[in-house]
Write a protein that binds this ligand. Structure first.
Ligand SMILES: Cc1cc2nc3c(=O)[nH]c(=O)nc-3n(C[C@H](O)[C@H](O)[C@H](O)COP(=O)(O)OP(=O)(O)OC[C@H]3O[C@@H](n4cnc5c(N)ncnc54)[C@H](O)[C@@H]3O)c2cc1C
Length: 312
């Protein structure tokens, strides 16, 4: 089943070889991870590798485990805040896992590294809909499944039929929808690598669907600072409340440290004006949490995932 997928490279191979050479991946030890994220802050990983196949992913995971090193998976980096000192261990960048195959009855099989905007375009051209939940933000398919990304217009997991993962022992496994444990911004995949996702999508009227997608884009563009670097919503919405509204009501819009600022447009976004450091972003987040706690008595939890070296 995996062999049906065409894992074409999306990005050029690095000219350097990783510490553990392999024909199925390339690696570099010096790339600043911040450059691979939408927020744009953060240092390097000890090892960064870019597998272009499922075999390459298995090799990366088992090599890291055998070496006794921590490993993490990087998608589009749109939900990550990476520390200035970077991270220890291995970062496995999945952007080269590409390929979209169409089956019968709206079945679509997608490599985990495919951009969700590419998936949206390809499915729409086939008269398939149901992916309104993915409109208006950058992500890979693997990251969207892992986070069960979405919002007002649904969540990714609702359209998933099954997911193929590589486990930490290198085993490849197909996981059914019911086993995915989709919940608010979470799934069962905290310790596995999603390499492929199978969506079951409804046939739709192309014009009506296009209009719906454009309306969502317009709504989001009016309410969110989409032209600025950010990691989307920094805090989870507390039960029955909007984190952005709590920040706004606490008077924190526009709070700024260095080049990191609480967006004046949306209280749950911290934007990078160009040269923010992770330290700037952490200071903004600390101040916001303290003030929201003081004003509203509510403790905000991070939605953005923080990556930092062990013990720091
Ligand atoms: C402007 C903006 C708007 C946003 N709006 C929304 C929104 O409306 N709704 C929403 O839910 N999110 C939103 N986000 C956040 C983000 O886009 C989503 O969380 C997205 O799903 C992250 O996907 P990614 O590929 O960038 O994952 P990353 O940020 O790279 O990773 C996020 C997590 O997923 C893990 N991961 C990534 N790929 C895989 C994989 N293949 N297998 C296993 N684990 C993996 C990573 O290890 C990490 O734990 C927004 C972000 C931005 C910048």
């Amino acid at each position: 089943m995996i062999s049906r997928i065409d894992f074409r490279p999306l990005i050029a191979k690095s000219s350097r070889r990783s510490e553990v050479p392999s024909a199925s991946w390339s690696g570099a030890t010096t790339t600043r991870l911040g450059a691979l994220t939408t927020l744009g802050v953060g240092g390097s990983a000890d090892v960064l590798c870019r597998p272009a196949s499922v075999a390459g992913v298995r090799h990366a995971v088992t090599s890291a485990v055998t070496a006794g090193r921590p490993w993490r998976v990087l998608g589009r980096g749109s939900n990550l805040l990476i520390d200035d000192a970077g991270v220890d261990g291995w970062v496995i960048d999945l952007r080269r896992l590409s390929g979209i195959t169409f089956g019968d009855d709206g079945l679509v099989t997608v490599g985990a590294g495919v951009n969700t905007s590419v998936l949206l375009g390809a499915t729409r051209r086939r008269g398939l809909g149901g992916l309104e939940c993915l409109v208006g933000y950058p992500a890979t398919v693997g990251g969207a499944v892992r986070m069960n990304a979405g919002g007002r217009w649904g969540a990714t997991g609702e359209r998933i039929e099954s997911v193929v993962v590589v486990d930490r022992d290198g085993a490849v496994r197909e996981v059914t929808h019911d086993e995915c444990a989709f919940a608010y911004r979470s799934s069962a995949f905290a310790r596995s690598v999603i390499v492929e996702a199978r969506f079951r999508l409804p046939h739709v009227d192309p014009e009506a669907y296009r209009a719906a997608v454009e309306e969502i884009q317009t709504t989001k563009a009016a309410a969110q600072p989409l032209q600025m670097r950010s990691a989307g919503c920094m805090f989870r919405n507390p039960e029955g409340l909007s984190a952005g509204r709590l920040v706004d009501d606490a008077g924190m819009l526009g709070l700024r440290h260095g080049d990191a600022e609480v967006s004046p447009v949306h209280g749950n976004f911290v934007v990078n004006h160009g040269s923010a450091s992770a330290a700037d972003v952490f200071r903004v987040l600390d101040d916001v949490r303290a003030e929201v706690q003081r004003v509203h008595g509510v403790e905000l939890e991070l939605e953005v995932e923080v990556w930092r070296r062990s013990g720091t």
